[in-house]
Design a protein around this ligand. Sequence first.
Ligand code: C2E
Ligand code: CA
Ligand code: CA
Length: 512
Amino acid sequence: MPAVSHPSRSPVFRLITIASSGLGSFILGLWGLQFGFGDGVVGLPAEVVGAVIAGLCALAAGGAAMSFFAGVDESVDYVVKETHFDKLTGFLSRPAMIGKIAEAAQETKRTGEPVFLIDIDIGRFKQINESIGYAKGDELVRAFAQRLKAALPDKVVIGRIGAGEFAVLYPDAYFNMSMDVIAERLIAELMEPYDLTAHQQSVNVSIGVVAMPKDGDDPVLLLRRSNLALQNARAAGIGNWAVFHPEIGKVADYRQWVEAELNVAFERGDFDLHYQPQIDLLKGRTVGYEALIRWKHPERGMIPPMEFIPIAEETGMIGPIGEWVLRKACADARHLPDDCFVAVNISAVQFMTKDFVGLVGDVIRETGIKPERLELELTETAMMQDRERAAAILKQLTEMGISVAVDDFGTGYSNLSYLIDFSFHKLKIDRSFVSRLDTDPNSGAVVSTIVGLSRALGVHAIAEGVETESQATLLRAAGCEVFQGFLFGHPAPLRMENGALKRAAGGGQGFH
Ligand code: C2E
Ligand code: CA
Ligand code: CA
């Protein structure tokens, strides 16, 4: 293998280094002799002692110089491998990918043949990595990379540009279908669960696309733009993809603002909880209240949870915020009627943190809430990230006496087998089915099926987002008896009057 032409690594330079180190040290030894050891040691003449010292010095220095060069593989292949390729996946490293994007950008400018830069991201990879451990995280990246490679034409260039982020250069000429089909197929394939050695891992995938030469020719700018498109896709929900357009920059600015402001807001105490009643028509009363976070920014006013919760999840701010919500809701429960529970939304990220169960236990002890009065709302996505761990956590929560509701039921997974493994107590029929009840007969069928399923599983069902009388009537016809929605009460702050609860006027049919 040819040696790399680096001046400090050439054979001649090595020889000179080793020889000059040795010679220099030899002279130093002789020089030192004149000062310290001139009188001779154990009867040996001074010259002999001097020569021995100088010789040893020379040997030591030469040895040190040699060991500096030893053990270094300097073949071109080795160096290229180390710097150009990602060790885990064999794809191009980030710097090498930037080089390839620059080449492709020049080429497309010359030929006019478009090339697409596709940014593919494993959602919340950092958190997944922390929760499953780095070794399994590596295994996941490898499996993901293999699937990605298999899903793409042989000749496309792929790079690993972040821990859980990949970039693909896809020339238009390789397309035998539209970008919609390509992106959607990629997402569907990459989001199938991964069978790792010890467990099955699900991931969310988002994709951002830029087109060259249309969207620029500077590789760093192009990567930033594909990433902006990706963030836009991610903000739109699970398994989305988006193409860059100039307006995206504004969305990104707002996102950055929210990200920076979240910390400040938390310290400043901008957050509050509102409560929305859940009504059991058979019992004829409110049975529980869902706690919903509210962020009132001093300048910008109300910022909806859908705009900041996903960002808090990505930045890790959901940790302190979620803990605050749980603690406050449990503390507030003492102001609610004894026969009402409080329901708290738990984000997937929070649910998968190391000692979630420990935190819930602490909060229960500190606030004195009876565990039976606490309900945790979890989405299917939260439970599916690591099924075995989720099943273990749910079992522990149930043993503690806490109930669990599956939030947004029906929107996440078509495979319902998880329902058998998990211990939970309630299915919350997603608002999207309820809102279509009046117009779409299929929604009615879905709702009856979910109610039937809940009965078969021996759990409760509740419909969320009930806004009209006719929706309520259709839900009752489908067998659903517990409701939450504007028809029965808007989310509102808890107001105390003379030590007694007085919910602020939230509209709706009352029941409190
Ligand atoms: P979600 O858990 O599905 O909560 C229900 C959402 O629907 C709430 O929106 C509620 O205000 C709204 N809603 C209730 N009834 C009706 C209705 O009749 N019609 C319509 N159109 N909407 C109704 P909100 O408060 O904006 O919260 C949105 C989402 O943000 C929640 O969806 C939940 O996923 C998340 N979220 C809210 N608070 C928290 C929190 O404390 N922690 C976490 N992790 N997520 C939260
Ligand atoms: Ca909820
Ligand atoms: Ca919902």
